[in-house]
Design a protein around this ligand. Structure first.
Ligand code: ADP
Length: 495
């Protein structure tokens, strides 16, 4: 594993916001309790954050209810809402580097990735949704009979949103953006590992003119704050991103309480298919990126690298060499490609999968151990001779572990790629348009990236087939998650 040299930035010396954001005010938790959020580089405490629970969720939901039922938000013109979201995006752009530093400090992802890719993308997403706010409208419907029929596309009401720690602010944008553009009020629960950045940017949202109560942010744990939100009787919609097991709980809580509408973006085990005709150097680089990006902590990570048997040996040698060159280290240093995993639990989980891979007889080509002795770093790890049934080929590892499998022909790889409970994404690497077309149609997944990977434009819908989720986020498709349709019928002549 390569090491980094130069320092680019030091983390901000203090954290400004650690309380809950309810009704436009930063407040302590009702219980007065706090929990520590840790720096994954060292395991040291960055800050103690207010711990929201039932009563705080109740307070936040009441504020959101009031903002929706009585308050200005859904009653503003769509243009006024759009202007506020645009102003927020301008503030995000202005504070790009501070926001990036907070994101990296709390999450451990490379600062250069935060500052140059993710925070600019956050800004872009909010501009995209600001653009939608005043372009949402219904239809005039040609019904039989002497009636005038129209549809109104109305906001659902109060949306509960539960997000994970791997892309704290991008997940914030995917959820808060469409919900607010459509005129809903929101109670967002951040992941307990990464509460800081959402509080910081939500303060900016209020500076941009967002009325109090429209967006409430609660830090806290899943089984308490998260479950309270998913089961709340006054919340009409819940959007969740996280593991498939937790997604099932959220769906169940929604069903048992008030049948709130649910969207889920869950786990994956995405195939990345390297065809016989591929340029191997380029395929190695893209397959490496598809898996190792964000410390392997991506729901859509290309975590089953299928390689055609005729190019398999060459691919393994080069994939191993590339992983050995990967620069692991302090994410605030220049040139670092891989920071620490999010926490001790994830570190242990990934190391457990690596041990399982070795025990099942896969060949450990490189890596396989913790990197250093401080923080939650893992060596970039590559396995070859992986078989379909091994846990490293079936389960979501969520770490820097590349599992490489050999395939014979297209029929073989299609059958095996689709033999998964997940269906989030797939990568295809080929120069042959017929091969690309065949795979693009045959793969049962929500996104197919052909000769590219992890292209996350604001306009491109994202979501899963099978147990990878329900519904689509981003793009025009995400609006329907936050709108309901009212049919209005009136006779042409008074009766
Ligand atoms: P991970 O295993 O990656 O932490 P989770 O699916 O457990 O993924 O977490 C994603 C989000 O779901 C986090 O905000 C977490 O607090 C929340 N969460 C966890 N358990 C529950 C639950 N029982 N009900 C509601 N939300 C939960």
């Amino acid at each position: 594993t390569a090491t980094a040299t130069e320092e680019v930035i030091t983390p901000p010396v203090q954290v400004e916001h650690t309380q809950l954001l309810i009704n436009g005010q930063f407040v302590d938790a009702a219980s007065g309790r706090t929990f520590p959020t840790l720096d994954p580089r060292t395991g040291e405490v960055i800050a103690h954050v207010a711990e929201g629970e039932d009563e705080d969720i109740n307070r936040a939901v009441s504020a959101a209810r009031k903002a929706f039922d009585e308050g200005p938000w859904p009653k503003m013109t769509a243009y006024e809402r759009s202007r506020i979201i645009y102003r927020f995006a301008d503030l995000l752009e202005k504070h790009n580097d501070e926001i990036a530093a907070i994101e990296t400090w709390d999450n451990g992802k490379p600062y250069e990735q935060s500052a140059k890719v993710e925070i600019p993308m956050l800004t872009r997403l909010f501009r995209y949704y600001a653009g939608w706010a005043d372009k949402i409208h219904g239809l005039t419907v040609p019904a039989d009979g002497p009636y005038h029929v129209q549809t109104l596309h109305e906001p659902i009401g109060v949306a509960g949103q539960i997000i994970p720690w791997n892309f704290p602010l991008l997940m914030y944008a995917w959820k808060v953006g469409p919900a607010l553009a459509c005129g809903n009020a929101v109670v967002l629960k951040t992941a307990e590992q990464t509460p800081l950045s959402a509080l910081y940017v939500s303060k900016l949202f209020h500076e941009a003119g967002l009325p109090p109560g429209v967006l409430n942010v609660i830090s806290g744990f899943g089984p308490t704050a998260g479950a309270a939100l998913a089961s709340h009787m006054d919340v009409e919609k819940v959007a969740f991103t996280g593991s498939t097991d937790t997604g099932k709980i959220v769906l169940e809580l929604a069903a048992r309480s008030n049948l709130k509408k649910v969207t889920l973006e869950l786990g994956g085990k995405s195939p990345f298919i390297v065809c016989e005709d591929a340029d191997i150097d380029k395929a190695v680089e893209l397959a490496h990126f598809a898996l190792f990006f964000n410390q392997g902590q991506c729901c859509c990570a290309g975590s089953r690298t299928f390689v055609h048997e005729n190019v398999y040996d060459e691919f393994i040698e080069k994939a191993k060499a590339r992983a050995m060159k990967r620069v692991v280290g302090d994410p605030f240093k220049k040139g670092v490609e891989q920071g620490p995993q999010i926490d001790a639990e994830q570190l242990e989980k990934v190391l457990k999968y690596i041990r399982a891979g070795i025990e099942c007889g896969a060949t450990l080509e490189t890596g396989g151990e913790r990197f250093g002795t401080k923080g939650y770093f893992i060596q970039p790890t590559v396995f070859s001779n992986v078989e379909d049934g091994m846990p490293i080929a079936t389960d979501e590892i969520f770490g820097p572990v590349q599992s490489i499998l050999k395939f014979k022909d297209l029929d073989d790889v299609i059958r095996r790629a689709n033999k998964s409970r997940y269906g989030l994404a797939a990568g295809v690497f080929t120069k042959n348009i017929e091969t690309a077309n065949t795979l693009m149609r045959a793969l049962r997944v929500g996104t197919v990236w052909i000769n590219c990977f992890d292209v996350f434009d604001a306009a491109i819908p994202f979501g899963g087939y099978k147990m990878s989720g329900q519904g689509r986020e981003k793009g025009i498709y995400s609006l329907s998650n936050y709108l309901q349709v009212k049919a209005v019928v009136s006779p042409l002549k008074n009766p």
